[in-house]
Write a protein that binds this ligand. Structure first.
Ligand SMILES: C[S@@+](CC[C@H](N)C(=O)[O-])C[C@H]1O[C@@H](n2cnc3c(N)ncnc32)[C@H](O)[C@@H]1O
Length: 387
């Protein structure tokens, strides 16, 4: 038998709490001849059980019902689900700390941080001395920080001569434009790159176009290249994560192969504010085209594009961000080739001059992955209207 003070010590609860529990009928002390209350082993066990149930998320009332075998299964099922979520979160925090301590590869740390806090991840990379463009790239590449200068130099050497920065084709851009259900008077293009879509938008619409990219050099070149459309197209160096425009400024926002940089779902949410009511967002994104991708493909994209998902998941995200889906379609196989064929040729041409280049190795890995695409992944166009 235990006195109340002994019982309190054993379970770490105060006398007041125990008396309250007694009042609720959770424990049952017996008054002894000497006037003290005494508690049995059964009381001790009940208290230990209550504590476990409480840390599983049950209220005192639910604990009592549990002890009396009267608890509703539905309540237990709900608590179990919550508990599973908490455990998963704790596991994630544990992995994060383990990666920081060097017990897991740093790549895991980047991937994890990117999932939980993409903006903080970018901020952190910038604080490490990366330009925003490089930080955005590193975000996906998660490479060894110490070699990043060489890495970037090699990367630009390969890409600078190419006409495209990602899969896509003029025909697919025009198909998407044909599906836009409004006559846009103002267009914002985000991540305009080399201006391929920009030119088509200028040719095919009567809109005033603002095209932004955070690559100042590319913007300078575009300004010169678009002399003929100077009254219609304005280029600006800006970051897609911090766009210098007021709400409801545009009828149409266009972003091919770029939204992934800040996270497509994030882009859906943030860019919506810039659209006028009934405005349209056109975004393209890399998606899984099958439920059963090959292991190799899964492995490749899980590190290169951890946020990659399916068309139906992106549609669900777009709907919950406040859009209706006008249409969606995968870009053609030819559009993939337009990007990867010249890239393969360029790598083959410069490879010998860049021995041991990690950038070359990474691009070759990407080319290998593309060679096994076999309809496993698509570049999907989404035409969405602000609901
Ligand atoms: C894969 S390319 C796509 C370019 C073009 N839309 C196309 O389809 O060819 C991604 C573009 O996003 C730009 N970019 C990267 N980070 C950015 C940011 N934070 N804000 C704006 N543009 C960014 C890059 O400079 C690059 O031009």
């Amino acid at each position: 038998m235990y006195r109340i003070s002994q019982l309190g010590e054993l379970v770490g609860l105060s006398r007041t709490t125990l008396l309250y529990y007694e009042k609720l009928g959770l424990i049952n002390g017996k008054r002894m001849d000497n006037g003290y209350r005494a508690y049995s082993d059964m009381d001790l066990q009940r208290l230990r059980l209550i504590q476990q149930l409480q840390s599983g998320g049950l209220t005192l009332k639910e604990c009592k019902a549990c002890l009396e075998a009267k608890v509703e299964r539905q309540i237990l099922a709900e608590r179990l689900k919550q508990l599973d979520q908490e455990i998963a979160q704790k596991q994630q925090s544990r992995d994060l700390l383990a990666a920081l301590l060097g017990e897991k590869p740093l790549t895991d740390w980047h991937e994890m941080l990117d999932k939980v806090a993409p903006d903080a991840h970018i901020d952190w990379l910038i604080k490490q001395g990366f330009s925003e463009t490089d930080a955005q790239r590193l975000r996906w590449l998660s490479k060894d920080m110490n070699t990043h200068d060489t890495y970037m130099a090699d990367f630009y050497r390969i890409f600078d001569v190419l006409e495209r920065r990602g899969p896509g084709s003029k025909a697919d851009t025009l198909t998407a434009l044909g599906k836009v259900p409004i006559d846009a008077k103002t267009i914002l293009e985000i991540g305009c790159g080399l201006g391929i879509a920009t030119r088509l938008l200028a040719e095919q619409s009567s809109a005033q176009i603002t095209a932004i990219d955070n690559d100042q050099e590319a913007i300078n070149e575009l300004q010169a290249k678009f002399d003929d459309y100077a009254d219609k197209v304005r280029f600006e160096c800006a970051s897609m994560t911090d766009l210098p425009f007021t709400e409801q400024s545009f009828d149409l926002i266009w972003s091919e192969g770029s939204a992934y940089i800040m996270g497509v779902n994030n882009a859906f949410k943030q860019w919506r504010n810039l659209l006028k009511d009934g405005g349209v967002l056109v975004v393209s994104d890399l998606v899984w085209a099958t439920d059963k991708p090959s292991e190799a493909s899964q492995l490749f994209w899980s590190s290169e594009y951890p946020d990659m998902t399916t068309v139906s998941e992106r549609i669900a995200q777009a709907k919950s961000a406040g859009y209706q889906v006008v249409d969606t379609f995968p870009i053609s196989d030819a559009a993939w080739d337009e990007y990867y064929r010249p890239l393969a040729l360029q790598v083959a041409a410069v490879k010998a001059e860049m021995p041991n280049s990690q950038a070359v190795k990474d691009i070759e890995r990407e080319l290998e992955n593309y060679a096994q695409r076999n309809q496993q992944f698509d570049y999907q166009m989404f035409i969405l209207v602000k609901a």
